[in-house]
Design a protein around this ligand. Structure first.
Ligand SMILES: [Zn+2]
Length: 129
């Protein structure tokens, strides 16, 4: 019984992920002509993810603003600055800046092992992958 329940849940999650990916494709396609519509698609995708307790892929996560929910297109309403192993993706609409760690996880782990390393404190927020 439990197994059947779990498999149904997994199936629902995979369908939710498919719909989220489709919504982001639509948001990307409609961004030039109707940016408000793409914002709405992002909102719907986030609602689906919340309902089914699904995490966004890293590729999807960097495509929208966490604060205002806008679909981000670099060069149009988002800008990227890279330096010190960190990429800063900022939303021009609201000014929110998302930091993305560009270094691999292994290096971060090594830095955490050595508490005397000064960089280890700076990398605390980096939990990618
Ligand atoms: Zn924003």
């Amino acid at each position: 019984m439990d197994k059947a329940k779990n498999s149904l849940k997994d199936e629902m999650k995979s369908v939710a992920l498919q719909r989220i990916r489709k919504l982001f494709e639509l948001a990307e396609a409609n961004f030039d002509e109707r940016p408000e519509l793409s914002k709405r698609y992002v909102w719907i995708a986030r609602k689906i993810a919340m309902r089914h307790n699904v995490r966004f892929d890293f590729e999807i996560r960097k495509k929208f603003c966490k604060k205002c929910g806008a679909f981000l297109s670099v060069g149009k309403n988002a800008k990227v600055r890279v330096g010190g192993g960190i990429a800063k993706l900022s939303c021009i609409e609201c000014g929110f800046v998302r930091k993305i760690c560009l270094k691999r996880k292994q290096k971060v782990k090594e830095a955490r092992k050595n508490p005397r390393d000064q960089d280890s404190k700076k990398k605390k927020w980096c939990k990618r992958r």
